[in-house]
Write a protein that binds this ligand. Structure first.
Ligand SMILES: Cc1ncc(COP(=O)(O)O)c(C=O)c1O
Length: 208
C-alpha cells in the first residue's frame, strides 16, 4: 500500500533519477566558486528569476536571514505579516541573528496592503529604529497557502519603491504560487529586491 504523507510538503523525497543525478554530480570547492554543479544551479536560478545573481544555501531560514541582515540591518525595523514564517518559525533569528526589529502587520490571508504598511512606517530620526525593509511570504504558509495576486504584488511593490524601501519575499513555495496565478518567476521577482526559493518543499530535494 502506498502512503501519501500529508503532514507537510517537506516530507517529499528525491526520486531515483534525482538520487542518480546527485551521485553523478560533478563537485568542487564552492568556497572558491569551483563547484560546477552549484555554479550551474545558481546561474539557472538567476536566469529563471531574472535576478542579478543567485546563491545556493542549505535552508529557507538561511535564505531569509541573509536579506534580513543585508537589507534590514541591525537596529532597524522590518515590517512583515503577523503570521509570517520568519516571525514565528525561524527561532527568532530575525532579532537574534539579524538584529532587526520585527513589526507585525495585519493582512487578510497573509496579503499586506500598502495602506496597512503605511501605518507602520517610521522615518529616520535620531532616536528611532526606522523602517528598512518589508518582508512578504508567497505562498503564505500559515494563512492557508495564499498566493499573492499580480495586482496586490504590484501595489505593494510600487508603494515600497515610492518610499525607497526594499521588499524581501520568502518565496519558499513561489513555484506553487506561479503555478496557481500563471505569473512567471521573473514577473514575481520583478516586484521584489530579494527572495528565497526552496527545493526541499514539495520538490523532493533533501535541503536547499
Ligand atoms: C514559508 C516558509 N519559509 C521558510 C521556511 C524555512 O525553510 P527551512 O526549513 O528550509 O529552513 C519554511 C519551512 O517550512 C516555510 O514554510
Amino acid at each position: 500500500m502506498k502512503t501519501i504523507e500529508l503532514r507537510s510538503d517537506t516530507f517529499t523525497r528525491p526520486t531515483e533519477a534525482m538520487r542518480k543525478a546527485m551521485y553523478d554530480a560533478e563537485v568542487g570547492d564552492d568556497v572558491y566558486g569551483e563547484d560546477p554543479t552549484v555554479n550551474r544551479l545558481e546561474a539557472m536560478t538567476a536566469e529563471l528569476c531574472g535576478a542579478e545573481a543567485a546563491l545556493f544555501v542549505s535552508s529557507g531560514t538561511m535564505g531569509n536571514l541573509i536579506p534580513l541582515i543585508l537589507l534590514g540591518g541591525r537596529g532597524n525595523e522590518v515590517i512583515l505579516h503577523e503570521q509570517a514564517h520568519i516571525l514565528h518559525h525561524e527561532v527568532g533569528g530575525i532579532a537574534a541573528v539579524a538584529g532587526t526589529v520585527p513589526i507585525a502587520a495585519a493582512g487578510e490571508r497573509g496579503i499586506l496592503k500598502p495602506e496597512t504598511v503605511a501605518g507602520h512606517i517610521k522615518e529616520n530620526a535620531y532616536d528611532i529604529a526606522h523602517t528598512s525593509l518589508i518582508a512578504i511570504e508567497n505562498t503564505h504558509n500559515f494563512e492557508g497557502g495564499t498566493c499573492w495576486k499580480p495586482d496586490d504584488l504590484a501595489a505593494l511593490s510600487a508603494y515600497a519603491r515610492s518610499k525607497n524601501l526594499p521588499v524581501h519575499m520568502d518565496g519558499a513555495r513561489c513555484f506553487n504560487a506561479c503555478a496557481s496565478t500563471g505569473m512567471s518567476l521573473g514577473e514575481v521577482f520583478s516586484h521584489v529586491d530579494s527572495a528565497n526559493l526552496c527545493l526541499s518543499k514539495g520538490l523532493g530535494a533533501p535541503v536547499g
